[in-house]
Write a protein that binds this ligand. Structure first.
Ligand code: MG
Length: 394
Protein backbone atom coordinates (compact mmCIF):
# COMPACT_ATOMS: atom_id res chain seq x y z
CA UNK A 1 0.00 0.00 0.00
CA UNK A 2 1.51 3.27 -1.16
CA UNK A 3 0.54 6.92 -0.95
CA UNK A 4 1.29 8.48 -4.32
CA UNK A 5 0.01 12.04 -3.85
CA UNK A 6 -1.33 14.35 -1.18
CA UNK A 7 -2.73 17.74 -2.13
CA UNK A 8 -4.12 20.38 0.18
CA UNK A 9 -5.99 23.68 -0.15
CA UNK A 10 -8.04 26.19 1.84
CA UNK A 11 -11.70 26.91 1.07
CA UNK A 12 -14.00 29.59 2.51
CA UNK A 13 -16.79 28.38 4.77
CA UNK A 14 -17.87 31.89 5.68
CA UNK A 15 -21.37 33.17 6.28
CA UNK A 16 -23.01 36.15 7.95
CA UNK A 17 -24.24 34.16 10.94
CA UNK A 18 -23.22 34.19 14.60
CA UNK A 19 -23.80 32.03 17.64
CA UNK A 20 -23.47 33.21 21.23
CA UNK A 21 -19.68 33.02 21.03
CA UNK A 22 -18.30 33.78 17.55
CA UNK A 23 -19.31 35.13 14.18
CA UNK A 24 -18.48 33.07 11.14
CA UNK A 25 -17.65 35.76 8.61
CA UNK A 26 -13.96 34.80 8.39
CA UNK A 27 -14.25 31.00 8.78
CA UNK A 28 -12.17 28.75 6.50
CA UNK A 29 -11.69 24.99 6.04
CA UNK A 30 -8.76 22.85 4.94
CA UNK A 31 -9.43 20.45 2.08
CA UNK A 32 -7.16 17.54 1.10
CA UNK A 33 -6.97 14.82 -1.55
CA UNK A 34 -4.95 11.66 -0.80
CA UNK A 35 -4.21 9.19 -3.60
CA UNK A 36 -3.24 5.60 -2.73
CA UNK A 37 -2.21 2.53 -4.74
CA UNK A 38 -2.67 -0.94 -3.29
CA UNK A 39 0.09 -2.69 -5.30
CA UNK A 40 -2.46 -4.90 -7.09
CA UNK A 41 -3.36 -2.40 -9.76
CA UNK A 42 -6.02 -0.52 -7.84
CA UNK A 43 -5.80 3.12 -6.87
CA UNK A 44 -8.20 5.56 -5.23
CA UNK A 45 -8.31 9.21 -4.24
CA UNK A 46 -9.95 10.11 -0.96
CA UNK A 47 -11.07 13.58 0.06
CA UNK A 48 -11.17 15.23 3.48
CA UNK A 49 -12.02 18.55 5.10
CA UNK A 50 -12.51 19.97 8.56
CA UNK A 51 -16.00 20.78 9.71
CA UNK A 52 -17.09 24.25 10.78
CA UNK A 53 -16.01 25.94 13.97
CA UNK A 54 -12.24 25.52 13.54
CA UNK A 55 -10.12 27.21 10.90
CA UNK A 56 -8.04 25.71 8.08
CA UNK A 57 -4.69 24.27 9.18
CA UNK A 58 -2.40 24.64 6.12
CA UNK A 59 0.77 25.16 8.15
CA UNK A 60 0.41 22.10 10.37
CA UNK A 61 -0.51 20.00 7.35
CA UNK A 62 2.44 21.19 5.24
CA UNK A 63 5.10 21.13 7.95
CA UNK A 64 4.29 17.99 9.92
CA UNK A 65 1.41 15.75 9.02
CA UNK A 66 1.61 15.48 5.21
CA UNK A 67 5.40 14.81 5.17
CA UNK A 68 5.05 12.13 7.86
CA UNK A 69 2.24 10.45 5.98
CA UNK A 70 4.29 10.52 2.77
CA UNK A 71 7.21 8.91 4.61
CA UNK A 72 5.09 6.18 6.26
CA UNK A 73 6.39 2.64 5.60
CA UNK A 74 4.17 0.86 3.06
CA UNK A 75 3.59 -2.12 5.39
CA UNK A 76 2.17 0.19 8.07
CA UNK A 77 -0.54 1.40 5.69
CA UNK A 78 -2.05 -2.01 4.91
CA UNK A 79 -4.48 -4.24 6.81
CA UNK A 80 -3.63 -7.97 6.94
CA UNK A 81 -6.31 -8.46 4.24
CA UNK A 82 -4.57 -5.97 1.93
CA UNK A 83 -6.89 -2.99 2.49
CA UNK A 84 -5.80 0.51 3.45
CA UNK A 85 -5.37 0.83 7.23
CA UNK A 86 -6.01 4.39 8.48
CA UNK A 87 -4.87 3.35 11.98
CA UNK A 88 -1.35 2.67 10.66
CA UNK A 89 -1.39 5.97 8.83
CA UNK A 90 -2.49 7.65 12.05
CA UNK A 91 0.46 6.31 14.02
CA UNK A 92 2.83 7.55 11.29
CA UNK A 93 1.28 11.03 11.39
CA UNK A 94 1.53 11.23 15.18
CA UNK A 95 5.21 10.25 15.39
CA UNK A 96 7.16 12.73 17.54
CA UNK A 97 3.99 14.32 18.98
CA UNK A 98 3.86 14.49 22.78
CA UNK A 99 0.63 13.54 24.59
CA UNK A 100 -1.74 16.17 25.99
CA UNK A 101 -2.19 19.79 24.89
CA UNK A 102 -4.06 18.64 21.82
CA UNK A 103 -4.68 22.10 20.37
CA UNK A 104 -5.69 22.18 16.72
CA UNK A 105 -3.29 19.53 15.44
CA UNK A 106 -6.33 17.25 15.97
CA UNK A 107 -8.04 19.22 13.17
CA UNK A 108 -5.13 18.73 10.75
CA UNK A 109 -4.91 15.00 11.48
CA UNK A 110 -8.71 14.71 11.24
CA UNK A 111 -8.72 16.17 7.71
CA UNK A 112 -6.20 13.57 6.50
CA UNK A 113 -7.92 10.76 8.41
CA UNK A 114 -11.21 11.53 6.63
CA UNK A 115 -9.48 11.32 3.24
CA UNK A 116 -7.82 8.01 4.18
CA UNK A 117 -11.16 6.44 5.16
CA UNK A 118 -12.71 7.71 1.92
CA UNK A 119 -9.84 6.11 -0.01
CA UNK A 120 -10.03 2.87 2.01
CA UNK A 121 -13.70 2.40 1.18
CA UNK A 122 -13.17 3.34 -2.48
CA UNK A 123 -10.37 0.78 -2.81
CA UNK A 124 -12.78 -1.90 -1.60
CA UNK A 125 -15.58 -0.57 -3.81
CA UNK A 126 -18.04 -0.05 -0.93
CA UNK A 127 -19.62 2.92 0.85
CA UNK A 128 -17.79 3.89 4.03
CA UNK A 129 -20.78 3.01 6.25
CA UNK A 130 -20.61 -0.52 4.88
CA UNK A 131 -16.83 -0.80 5.31
CA UNK A 132 -17.21 0.28 8.95
CA UNK A 133 -20.02 -2.17 9.64
CA UNK A 134 -17.89 -4.96 8.13
CA UNK A 135 -14.68 -4.07 9.96
CA UNK A 136 -16.15 -3.18 13.37
CA UNK A 137 -19.75 -4.39 13.76
CA UNK A 138 -20.01 -7.87 12.23
CA UNK A 139 -21.52 -6.39 9.09
CA UNK A 140 -24.49 -4.87 10.87
CA UNK A 141 -25.43 -1.36 9.67
CA UNK A 142 -28.50 0.73 10.47
CA UNK A 143 -31.11 1.19 7.72
CA UNK A 144 -31.28 4.96 8.18
CA UNK A 145 -29.79 7.69 10.38
CA UNK A 146 -31.70 10.06 12.62
CA UNK A 147 -30.79 13.67 11.82
CA UNK A 148 -32.01 17.04 13.04
CA UNK A 149 -31.87 20.50 11.47
CA UNK A 150 -29.41 22.81 13.20
CA UNK A 151 -29.86 26.52 12.57
CA UNK A 152 -31.51 29.38 14.40
CA UNK A 153 -28.34 31.49 14.31
CA UNK A 154 -28.24 35.16 15.08
CA UNK A 155 -27.63 37.48 12.20
CA UNK A 156 -28.10 41.20 11.80
CA UNK A 157 -31.75 42.20 11.49
CA UNK A 158 -33.16 38.71 12.14
CA UNK A 159 -36.30 38.87 14.29
CA UNK A 160 -38.52 36.21 15.87
CA UNK A 161 -40.74 35.88 12.79
CA UNK A 162 -37.65 35.25 10.58
CA UNK A 163 -36.55 32.57 13.06
CA UNK A 164 -39.95 30.86 12.90
CA UNK A 165 -39.93 31.04 9.09
CA UNK A 166 -36.49 29.40 9.04
CA UNK A 167 -37.74 26.56 11.26
CA UNK A 168 -40.83 26.19 9.08
CA UNK A 169 -38.56 25.67 6.07
CA UNK A 170 -36.76 22.84 7.91
CA UNK A 171 -40.08 21.13 8.62
CA UNK A 172 -40.88 21.46 4.92
CA UNK A 173 -37.58 19.72 4.07
CA UNK A 174 -38.59 16.67 6.13
CA UNK A 175 -37.05 17.41 9.51
CA UNK A 176 -39.22 16.96 12.59
CA UNK A 177 -36.57 18.01 15.16
CA UNK A 178 -34.83 21.41 14.96
CA UNK A 179 -32.17 23.29 16.90
CA UNK A 180 -31.77 27.01 17.57
CA UNK A 181 -29.09 29.17 19.16
CA UNK A 182 -29.78 30.84 22.50
CA UNK A 183 -27.69 32.91 24.92
CA UNK A 184 -27.69 36.10 22.86
CA UNK A 185 -25.71 37.39 19.93
CA UNK A 186 -22.06 38.27 20.76
CA UNK A 187 -22.01 41.34 23.02
CA UNK A 188 -25.61 41.05 24.27
CA UNK A 189 -25.69 40.88 28.11
CA UNK A 190 -27.16 37.64 29.41
CA UNK A 191 -29.83 39.34 31.51
CA UNK A 192 -31.19 40.91 28.32
CA UNK A 193 -30.82 37.67 26.36
CA UNK A 194 -32.94 35.46 28.67
CA UNK A 195 -36.35 37.18 28.28
CA UNK A 196 -35.69 37.54 24.54
CA UNK A 197 -34.78 33.84 24.27
CA UNK A 198 -37.94 32.81 26.13
CA UNK A 199 -39.95 34.64 23.45
CA UNK A 200 -37.91 33.01 20.65
CA UNK A 201 -38.29 29.52 22.16
CA UNK A 202 -42.04 29.89 22.71
CA UNK A 203 -42.51 31.09 19.14
CA UNK A 204 -40.68 28.05 17.73
CA UNK A 205 -42.48 25.70 20.11
CA UNK A 206 -45.82 27.06 18.87
CA UNK A 207 -44.75 25.98 15.36
CA UNK A 208 -43.85 22.52 16.74
CA UNK A 209 -47.26 22.00 18.33
CA UNK A 210 -45.84 22.74 21.77
CA UNK A 211 -43.76 19.55 21.70
CA UNK A 212 -40.46 20.27 23.49
CA UNK A 213 -38.99 16.93 22.38
CA UNK A 214 -38.77 18.41 18.86
CA UNK A 215 -36.58 21.37 19.89
CA UNK A 216 -32.92 21.57 20.96
CA UNK A 217 -31.24 24.78 22.13
CA UNK A 218 -27.52 25.56 21.89
CA UNK A 219 -25.50 28.09 23.94
CA UNK A 220 -22.08 27.37 22.36
CA UNK A 221 -20.31 27.38 25.71
CA UNK A 222 -21.04 30.96 26.61
CA UNK A 223 -22.45 30.68 30.16
CA UNK A 224 -20.87 30.53 33.59
CA UNK A 225 -22.59 28.32 36.15
CA UNK A 226 -24.91 31.06 37.42
CA UNK A 227 -26.31 31.86 33.95
CA UNK A 228 -26.48 28.15 33.03
CA UNK A 229 -28.59 27.46 36.13
CA UNK A 230 -30.83 30.51 35.54
CA UNK A 231 -31.44 29.45 31.94
CA UNK A 232 -31.88 25.82 33.04
CA UNK A 233 -34.65 26.83 35.47
CA UNK A 234 -36.37 28.83 32.71
CA UNK A 235 -36.02 25.99 30.16
CA UNK A 236 -37.08 23.08 32.40
CA UNK A 237 -40.88 23.46 31.97
CA UNK A 238 -40.55 23.17 28.16
CA UNK A 239 -39.07 19.64 28.44
CA UNK A 240 -36.74 20.27 25.49
CA UNK A 241 -34.95 17.54 23.51
CA UNK A 242 -31.65 18.85 24.87
CA UNK A 243 -29.84 21.89 26.32
CA UNK A 244 -26.51 22.09 24.44
CA UNK A 245 -23.12 23.40 25.51
CA UNK A 246 -24.39 25.66 28.27
CA UNK A 247 -20.91 25.87 29.83
CA UNK A 248 -17.29 26.09 28.81
CA UNK A 249 -16.58 22.67 27.25
CA UNK A 250 -13.54 22.09 29.49
CA UNK A 251 -15.21 23.02 32.80
CA UNK A 252 -16.16 19.55 33.98
CA UNK A 253 -17.05 20.36 37.59
CA UNK A 254 -19.53 23.03 36.50
CA UNK A 255 -21.16 20.46 34.23
CA UNK A 256 -21.51 18.17 37.22
CA UNK A 257 -23.09 20.96 39.27
CA UNK A 258 -25.54 21.80 36.46
CA UNK A 259 -26.44 18.13 35.91
CA UNK A 260 -27.50 17.90 39.57
CA UNK A 261 -29.98 20.74 39.09
CA UNK A 262 -31.18 20.41 35.50
CA UNK A 263 -33.13 17.18 35.05
CA UNK A 264 -33.52 17.26 31.26
CA UNK A 265 -30.95 16.02 28.74
CA UNK A 266 -27.72 18.00 28.37
CA UNK A 267 -25.57 17.80 25.23
CA UNK A 268 -21.91 18.66 24.85
CA UNK A 269 -18.56 17.49 23.48
CA UNK A 270 -18.18 19.22 20.08
CA UNK A 271 -15.16 21.15 21.39
CA UNK A 272 -13.36 18.19 22.96
CA UNK A 273 -10.76 16.93 20.51
CA UNK A 274 -9.30 13.71 21.90
CA UNK A 275 -10.31 10.49 23.61
CA UNK A 276 -8.55 11.74 26.75
CA UNK A 277 -10.59 14.95 26.86
CA UNK A 278 -13.77 12.97 26.24
CA UNK A 279 -12.78 10.62 29.06
CA UNK A 280 -12.34 13.53 31.45
CA UNK A 281 -15.83 14.71 30.58
CA UNK A 282 -17.23 11.24 31.27
CA UNK A 283 -15.25 10.85 34.50
CA UNK A 284 -15.78 14.30 35.97
CA UNK A 285 -18.66 16.02 34.11
CA UNK A 286 -21.51 14.34 36.00
CA UNK A 287 -23.25 13.43 32.76
CA UNK A 288 -25.93 10.75 32.80
CA UNK A 289 -25.70 7.78 30.38
CA UNK A 290 -29.48 7.34 30.37
CA UNK A 291 -30.24 10.75 28.83
CA UNK A 292 -27.31 12.99 27.93
CA UNK A 293 -25.92 13.44 24.39
CA UNK A 294 -22.24 13.38 23.35
CA UNK A 295 -21.31 15.42 20.29
CA UNK A 296 -17.61 14.69 19.65
CA UNK A 297 -16.91 15.50 15.99
CA UNK A 298 -14.53 13.02 14.34
CA UNK A 299 -13.55 15.57 11.67
CA UNK A 300 -12.17 17.93 14.33
CA UNK A 301 -10.74 15.44 16.77
CA UNK A 302 -8.03 13.33 15.08
CA UNK A 303 -10.50 11.54 12.82
CA UNK A 304 -12.22 8.19 13.02
CA UNK A 305 -9.16 6.29 14.29
CA UNK A 306 -9.41 8.37 17.48
CA UNK A 307 -13.22 8.26 17.49
CA UNK A 308 -13.06 4.46 17.64
CA UNK A 309 -10.93 4.83 20.79
CA UNK A 310 -13.51 7.22 22.21
CA UNK A 311 -16.33 4.74 21.54
CA UNK A 312 -14.34 2.02 23.28
CA UNK A 313 -13.73 4.30 26.28
CA UNK A 314 -17.47 5.08 26.41
CA UNK A 315 -18.33 1.36 26.40
CA UNK A 316 -15.94 0.82 29.32
CA UNK A 317 -17.82 3.53 31.24
CA UNK A 318 -21.25 2.10 30.50
CA UNK A 319 -22.23 4.48 27.69
CA UNK A 320 -24.00 3.24 24.58
CA UNK A 321 -22.88 4.56 21.17
CA UNK A 322 -26.56 5.55 20.74
CA UNK A 323 -25.87 8.49 23.10
CA UNK A 324 -23.48 9.91 20.45
CA UNK A 325 -24.81 12.43 17.93
CA UNK A 326 -21.75 14.05 16.33
CA UNK A 327 -21.43 17.76 15.60
CA UNK A 328 -20.60 18.97 12.11
CA UNK A 329 -23.41 18.00 9.74
CA UNK A 330 -21.04 16.26 7.33
CA UNK A 331 -21.21 13.02 5.37
CA UNK A 332 -18.24 11.51 7.23
CA UNK A 333 -20.07 11.47 10.57
CA UNK A 334 -23.28 10.34 8.83
CA UNK A 335 -21.47 7.23 7.49
CA UNK A 336 -20.07 6.62 10.98
CA UNK A 337 -23.52 6.96 12.55
CA UNK A 338 -25.00 4.27 10.29
CA UNK A 339 -21.97 1.98 10.19
CA UNK A 340 -21.20 2.06 13.92
CA UNK A 341 -24.72 2.44 15.34
CA UNK A 342 -24.63 5.96 16.79
CA UNK A 343 -27.71 7.88 17.88
CA UNK A 344 -27.74 10.11 14.81
CA UNK A 345 -26.04 13.12 13.29
CA UNK A 346 -26.34 16.88 13.07
CA UNK A 347 -27.49 18.51 9.81
CA UNK A 348 -27.19 22.12 8.57
CA UNK A 349 -29.79 22.56 5.85
CA UNK A 350 -28.99 26.25 5.24
CA UNK A 351 -25.52 27.05 6.56
CA UNK A 352 -21.88 26.05 6.06
CA UNK A 353 -22.36 25.23 2.38
CA UNK A 354 -21.00 23.28 0.65
CA UNK A 355 -19.43 21.30 3.50
CA UNK A 356 -22.62 20.77 5.47
CA UNK A 357 -25.31 18.52 4.07
CA UNK A 358 -25.53 15.06 2.58
CA UNK A 359 -25.87 13.39 -0.84
CA UNK A 360 -28.11 15.37 -3.21
CA UNK A 361 -30.44 12.46 -3.93
CA UNK A 362 -31.16 11.31 -0.37
CA UNK A 363 -34.32 13.02 0.88
CA UNK A 364 -35.09 13.48 4.59
CA UNK A 365 -38.32 11.95 5.89
CA UNK A 366 -39.47 12.40 9.48
CA UNK A 367 -35.91 13.41 10.43
CA UNK A 368 -34.42 10.20 9.03
CA UNK A 369 -32.22 9.68 5.97
CA UNK A 370 -31.08 6.68 3.91
CA UNK A 371 -27.44 6.51 2.93
CA UNK A 372 -25.96 6.48 -0.56
CA UNK A 373 -24.53 3.29 -2.13
CA UNK A 374 -21.44 4.80 -3.85
CA UNK A 375 -17.90 3.77 -2.92
CA UNK A 376 -16.39 5.99 -0.23
CA UNK A 377 -17.95 8.70 1.92
CA UNK A 378 -20.26 9.83 -0.87
CA UNK A 379 -18.80 13.22 -1.80
CA UNK A 380 -19.27 12.43 -5.50
CA UNK A 381 -23.03 12.36 -4.81
CA UNK A 382 -23.02 15.94 -3.53
CA UNK A 383 -22.32 18.16 -6.52
CA UNK A 384 -21.54 21.49 -4.84
CA UNK A 385 -19.03 19.89 -2.47
CA UNK A 386 -17.47 17.63 -5.09
CA UNK A 387 -16.90 20.69 -7.30
CA UNK A 388 -14.78 22.27 -4.53
CA UNK A 389 -12.87 19.08 -3.66
CA UNK A 390 -12.13 18.35 -7.33
CA UNK A 391 -10.23 21.65 -7.68
CA UNK A 392 -7.41 19.94 -5.73
CA UNK A 393 -6.83 17.60 -8.67
CA UNK A 394 -6.52 20.30 -11.36
MG1 MG B 1 -23.31 23.16 19.15
Amino acid sequence: MRITAIRQGVAPISSEIANAYIDFSKMTASIVAVTVEDGQGRSATGFGFNSNGRYAQPGLLAERFIPRLQEAPEALLATPEGGLDPAGAWSAMMRNEKPGGHGERSVAVGVLDMALWDAAAKLEGVPLWKLLAERFRQGQADETAWIYAAGGYYYPGKDVSALVEEMRRYLGMGYSVVKMKIGGAPGVPIKEALPEDVKRIEAVLALLGGDGSRLCVDVNGRFGLHAALAYGAALAPYRLRWYEEPLDPLDYSNHAALAEQYGGPLATGENLFSMQDARNLIRHGGLRPDRDILQFDPALSYGLVEYLRTLEMLAQHGWSPRRCVPHGGHQFALNIAVGLGLGGNESYPEVFAPFGGFADDTPVRDSRIHLHDSPGIGFERKNALHAVLKTLLD
